[in-house]
Design a protein around this ligand. Structure first.
Ligand code: NAP
Length: 640
């Protein structure tokens, strides 16, 4: 049954009005929706309250409801493709302020209002298509980045095979099934730019929903026929004579097989190998002991005494879930996480919002655009180090200290009845030094429970019965859970890669993994890494954006090979060195580069090997297409 104008008016109470008004410009062709007095004023810590007075909001909804009703009744859209000046006004309006000129191309591309984006491959020339068809690409990983690579290679007409160690797609969203696991980026942005989901049940949906999304993508793009599951790629060796990679694959049955490919793309993420701490006596614990990324669903925690080691992003999500079930929970914390208030972290997306996303053309794009722009810089200015700052190691700038004060005020308010906990849960490192968690109150509420203890004494050893701290106190438990993170800086530790001249990738890294733009490696032709060294983000954007940029670049590299007839390409060592120098210098200027912070962002040498130290726009620009001058292209060998 079609909705009445009044019903639509009611539905629109759930919509983000500035995004709706931009959509209305296109529905009606009228630009007076963008009245200056209606320009939103955002509170950076709210979910998008706009500051538009309620009476005006009602007026906007009434007018929009009439327009939507007419559209649903058959009136055509007035403006599918707004002229540049209108588009620019829409962008500024939804952002609440004039967007600096240097961002415009980047944002227009991300918005892809006309359904076109720089991230789609264009292999139009027949000779390029023919060359592309003769290639074979091996993709390692069928998670978010691997599926994306498959989609783009299909679109480019490049044959490929994807290999994954797991029995299903989804990568991290397949592996991490611990209670409470969910995304910490707004879902309407944490999705492929070209595959919106209007039905996300929550703003930050739980893991099973994310897994379904990626399964749906694999089905929609018919990718499963390209995927070998439960197979490990163990070695890669570059055959110089023939310019191909020879990959040894090991199946579930233990049998190995060698396959060849012109190019290899690793899409295995940075957080795919659980890290167990090195604590004396670890193997002696008599009860079940497992890592959060290998959750034992067969172990019923109800009524059990449980120990959790670690208080990072994973523990932060599962501790509040298991605390009410267990008899007693002891949480061992070495370093507390910063929490930034996000009250709607666990809230459902209102039904009216879903309706509007589904029925009002371009509303989804403008809503995503708003989320994207808000996180393009995000908290970056607040975590930038000020070299003149002399306010102590707990902050890196005055602004950073302000953010710290705000977070502490939020902690204090939550702990009004337990002030004893405040010093324990307040980090002594700057906000942004590690991944901050989204705080809607459930973490501290869990720590305040009568059956939960937060222990900050150093763990001395694990015993058959539990954990002993440095002061000799023993904490007994039936189950031990490690929320101790991943071997993040141990890039590609599962893979032996022999490049040109038999050069070993891990030996060349010497434990200090680097890449050019996180993607290419001198001495390793046609070897590409997605979410590789120095491409992680801490307080801004979504990693899907990074993967989309990296895949665009990789497909661009394949196009370059197809266009030039070259058999292989690798970055010039000088380009790689210069890039890495710039990365290291820049990383030192952020909270995560502070010498007062240790985190998974730094490797064994203390170098920040994980994070991208520039803006999103810089990655977008740098990955538009490979610059041939940055590369050594190897001409096609004449047939023997
Ligand atoms: P993590 O952030 O690396 O946290 C590991 C925790 O274990 C830290 O609290 C660490 O303390 C502690 N730990 C390690 N070794 C220890 C030892 N020997 N004794 C005591 N404590 C020890 O790992 P994670 O929580 O799995 O998160 C990793 C990353 O995954 C996150 O930063 C985030 O990027 C991603 N993630 C995202 C989500 C999401 O919301 N979507 C959820 C989970 C994870 P120290 O801090 O002192 O080292």
């Amino acid at each position: 049954m079609a909705e009445t104008v009044e019903q639509i008016e009611e539905i629109l109470k759930d919509s983000h009005l500035p995004a709706l008004m931009c959509a209305m410009v296109q529905m009606t062709g009228d630009t007076d929706w963008l009245k200056s007095e209606w320009t939103p004023v955002y509170n950076p810590l709210s979910r998008g309250d706009t500051g538009i007075p309620e009476a005006e909001q009602a007026q906007i909804r009434k007018r929009a409801a009439a327009a939507i009703h007419a559209y649903l009744g058959g009136r055509p859209l007035a403006l599918q493709n707004p002229a540049t000046d209108i588009l620019r006004r829409q962008m500024d309006f939804v952002a609440g302020a004039a967007i600096p000129e240097q961002y415009v191309d980047f944002l227009v591309d991300e918005l892809s209002l006309k359904g076109r984006s720089s991230k789609e491959p264009h292999f139009e020339a027949p000779q390029v298509q023919a060359a592309a068809r003769r290639m074979k690409v091996l993709v390692i990983g069928a998670g978010m980045s691997g599926l994306l690579t498959g989609i783009r290679l299909s679109q480019a007409g490049v044959p490929f095979e994807i290999v994954d160690k797991n029995p299903d797609v989804g990568g991290t969203w397949f592996e991490n099934t611990y209670p409470g696991c969910r995304v910490d980026n707004s879902n309407h942005m944490y999705s492929y730019s070209f595959e919106p989901n209007h039905a996300w049940p929550q703003h930050f949906s739980p893991q099973p929903v994310l897994l379904e999304y990626f399964r749906g993508i694999a089905a929609k793009y018919d990718l499963k026929k390209h995927i070998r599951f439960e197979t490990l790629v163990e070695t890669l060796a570059w055959d110089e004579a023939r310019s191909v990679w020879r990959a040894t694959l090991k199946g579930k049955d233990g049998k190995t097989e060698v396959v060849e490919a012109n190019a290899v793309v690793t899409a295995v993420g940075q957080l795919n190998r659980p890290r167990f701490p090195e604590i004396e006596g670890m193997g002696t614990f008599e009860g079940p002991a497992f890592h959060s990324a290998e959750w034992r669903h067969d172990v019923d925690l109800t009524g059990k005494k449980v120990i959790v080691i670690g208080t990072g992003a994973s523990a932060y999500q599962f501790v509040p879930e298991i605390a009410p079930k267990v008899e007693h929970l002891t949480v061992f914390q070495r370093t507390p996480p910063w929490g930034l208030p996000v009250p709607h972290y666990h809230e459902d997306v209102p039904e009216g919002m879903k309706w509007t996303l589904e029925h009002v053309p371009y509303y989804d794009k403008w809503y995503r655009f708003w989320l994207f722009w808000m996180t393009t810089e995000g908290f970056l200015p607040m975590v930038k180090s000020d070299p003149l700052w002399n306010g102590g190691p707990g902050a890196v700038s005055e602004m950073n200290a302000g953010l710290r004060d705000m977070a502490i005020a939020s902690f204090s308010a939550q702990l009004a009845d337990r002030p004893d906990l405040l010093p324990k849960v307040t980090p002594n490192y700057p906000v942004g030094g590690k991944r901050a968690v989204l705080d809607n109150g459930v973490w501290l509420a869990a720590l305040k429970r009568d059956n939960v203890d937060l222990v900050t004494d150093r763990i001395a050893r694990v015993t058959p019965k539990g954990v002993v701290t440095a002061d000799g106190k023993e904490y007994e438990a039936d189950v031990l859970i490690y929320g101790t993170g991943f071997q993040a800086s141990n890039f590609l530790s599962f893979l032996k890669v022999k490049g040109r001249g038999g050069r070993d990738l891990h030996e060349s890294w010497g434990g200090d993994a680097r890449a050019y733009l996180g993607i290419t490696h001198p001495g390793f032709p046609n070897f590409f890494t997605i979410y590789g060294p120095n491409t992680n983000i801490v307080v801004n954007g979504s990693i899907i954006f990074f993967s989309e940029c990296a895949v665009r670049y990789i497909v661009g590299a394949l196009k370059l090979l197809a266009e030039t007839g070259a058999a292989a390409m690798e970055p010039k060592a000088s380009v790689y060195d210069e890039f890495n120098k710039r990365v290291d210098e820049a990383n030192a200027g952020w909270a995560w580069g502070s010498p007062h912070v240790s985190s998974w962002y730094k490797n064994q040498f203390g170098r920040v090997s994980q994070n991208w130290p520039f803006g999103l726009i810089d990655y977008w620009k740098a990955t538009l297409a490979p610059n041939p001058d940055d590369y050594v292209l190897e001409r096609e060998k004449a047939p023997a």
